[in-house]
Design a protein around this ligand. Sequence first.
Ligand code: PLP
Length: 377
Amino acid sequence: MIPVNEPQLGERELEYLAECVRTGWVSSAGRFIETFEEAWAGYCGMKYGVAVSNGTVALEVAVGCLQLEPGDEVIMPSFTIISCATAVLYNQGIPVLVDSDPVTWCMDPRQVESKITARTRAIMPVHIYSHPADMDPLRDIAERHGVVIIEDAAEAHGAEYLSGCEGGIPTWRRCGGLGDLSAFSFYANKLITTGEGGMVLTNSPEHAAKARALRNLCFRPERRFYHTELGHNFRLTNLQAALGLAQFERFGEIVARKRHIGETYTEALQELPSIRLQTIQPWARSVYWMYGLVLEESTSMDAKELAQRLEAQGVETRPFFLGMHEQPILLELGIVRGERYPVAERLSRQGLYLPSGLALTDEQQKHVIHAVRSLLA
Ligand SMILES: Cc1ncc(COP(=O)(O)O)c(C=O)c1O
């Protein structure tokens, strides 16, 4: 079976891990944590990085920095992972949903303004499968209404967005550096993995201080074990940061390999009339985190059936997200009430992603392409 993802770890990771073991710095202090935070924040064009234990809590901490009042609202796409919704719910807020753009599969900025209310505090765009959300119109809306942007960049390490021009030269800016706060995941299928891990980025010293407090039980500086606020233990370990830093040091190669895999799939599959691919916009540079395809409604198969047929040919796949408006728990809690988001619904029924991990060999990719083409031609 060709796995949907397999990470690629090397000698440098072993060397850094061995240093942690030799020196005893295995917990949440040690040189790798701060170095990794600074390196990743700097790469994304942000001042501060706060490493946490996964991408889900990175979102929760980012929202936590806003100190929501109960009932405050955060606008997000329905087509995303439930981590976005839980980040808001665990902070006493309410997720407010919009549909996706049918071409980029990311939050449709044209649908955001009508969802702004007096309670809106933030907009949370998600760079789906590492295609950047269209940030300029979102930033414009956020500025006009005085709300914050929290980017969910969990899947978008190294992806770039074209944001205006300086001196006639187009300005490409990295995902994770386009909002007020951003959240990354370093789960095993991400371009950088720490096993489990995440990071919050921001330019605001206040938000950075709040994020650091929230990840570490809100300890107070004046006296140990004295608390005026409730926090969490969301710390990343030095062992995990050692892995992250080792991969950061060869991140250029990682991005180049992912782009090669993505572009090879596009070339081989773009002519198939029975599928739609995520169309990379002229203002976007994807890193092809996972390579997705969406079956046309007119095709006799849905994504579940295609996944079964591919599995029979030794190709593992994953279904797309199920939209937040269709999640039984959010319906049960009354967070969503029979809303319909047709693009999100189509993506979740008809979409799946193909093996795209860094360890995928050219031979394996050829096999995947052959299997998809033979089933869909
Ligand atoms: C868009 C998005 N946001 C958040 C997360 C949560 O990250 P984690 O799995 O590290 O908790 C993921 C996970 O892959 C994701 O895809």
